[in-house]
Every structure is written in C-alpha cells, then in structure tokens.
Write a new protein. Structure first.
Length: 131
C-alpha cells in the first residue's frame, strides 16, 4: 500500500510537470485548449513517459518539446509529442552507440512488454524443421 500511495504521489507530481510543459508548448505554438483538454493531454503524457520513455530525464523531455515546437508540426496532440519524444530518444541512443564505438545505430524494436523470458517463445534456431 505504501508503494501504491508513493506511485500515486509521483504520478500527481509528474502530471503537474506535464501540465506546465503542455501549457507552455501551447502558448509557443499559438494554440488554446480548455483546461480539461490540457489535463487529459498531461495525464496521457505522464502515462506515456512512465510506460514508453522511462529512461528519458525530464530535461530530455523538455528538450524534445523545445525542438519539436521549432519543427514543422504545429498542432500539439498525442501523435505529435510522441514523435518528438521518439526523435529525442533516437538522438540519445545514437550518441550512446557512438560512444561505444558502434558503426551504425540499430534500434531495438522489441516492445518492452514482449521479453522472451517466461513467455514460452522459442528462438528461431530451436524450432525444428517441419517435414
């Protein structure tokens, strides 16, 4: 119960930060949305950050939005900010690859929730040929 209440407190704090980021971004884009719309977007952003971008720092998230606002998409919605976050993550991943002397960046396209451990999935090399 303590971890649940801690996670609820963390989610509330993250959502507050997302409300500020989304409000700021809307102003920069010259857009207006209702408070309800901003809250829905902020809650969705907080959830996406925890699910899909948990390795990004808050600075990385802000940088993704800063770069995105200066790009060619002028509407703030889930698809737009998701593309901005993916682009920022790719920049960070490419930088990590370069630091480890990898020649090319090859993203890991497996979904986080699809790890092979305990799923019963077999490696292709272990599957017997059908006769």
């Amino acid at each position: 119960s303590t971890s649940i209440s801690n996670s609820i407190i963390f989610m509330k704090e993250l959502t507050k930060k997302c409300i500020g980021l989304i409000s700021n971004t809307l102003v920069q884009l010259g857009q207006t949305k209702t408070d309800k719309d901003i809250l829905i977007l902020a809650t969705t952003l907080a959830d996406d950050l925890l699910r899909d971008f948990k390795k990004l720092s808050w600075f990385d998230v802000e940088e993704a939005f800063r770069t995105g606002v200066r790009g060619d998409k002028f509407v703030l919605n889930v698809q737009t900010y998701y593309a901005w976050l993916r682009a920022q993550k790719k920049l960070i991943d490419e930088d990590i690859w370069k630091k480890h002397n990898q020649l090319t960046y090859i993203p890991d396209k497996r979904m986080i929730y699809r790890s092979r451990k305990g799923t019963g999935m077999k490696l292709i090399s272990n599957i017997k040929k059908l006769k």
